[in-house]
Ligand binder design. Structure first.
Ligand SMILES: [Zn+2]
Length: 86
């Protein structure tokens, strides 16, 4: 088999692998209000998962904010911030 024939066979799979890599790296910027100091903060959220919750320290007061991210088809829907004692 000639090299160009092999490449033609491989190429569609490379394309699929590339588009998959892009889809799992979807991120968006969200603006939140810190539940402790009420400052506005900007966070980078991952939109590739429909629903997730994680803790991130406030960039102003350094206290742990519980962030809930809701996304659909890679698009950010809602971001909620609450304090740890809620
Ligand atoms: Zn804060």
């Amino acid at each position: 088999m000639a090299l160009h024939e092999i490449l033609a066979l491989i190429k569609p799979y490379c394309y699929v692998a590339d588009s998959h890599r892009v889809s799992i790296m979807l991120t968006d910027l969200a603006h939140l209000q810190c539940p402790y100091c009420w400052e506005s903060i900007e966070v980078v959220v991952d939109c590739s998962v429909d629903e997730q919750e994680y803790t991130e320290d406030c960039s102003v007061c350094c206290r742990p904010i519980i962030i809930s991210v809701f996304a659909q088809d890679g698009e950010l829907q809602t971001v909620e911030a609450r304090s740890e004692d809620d």
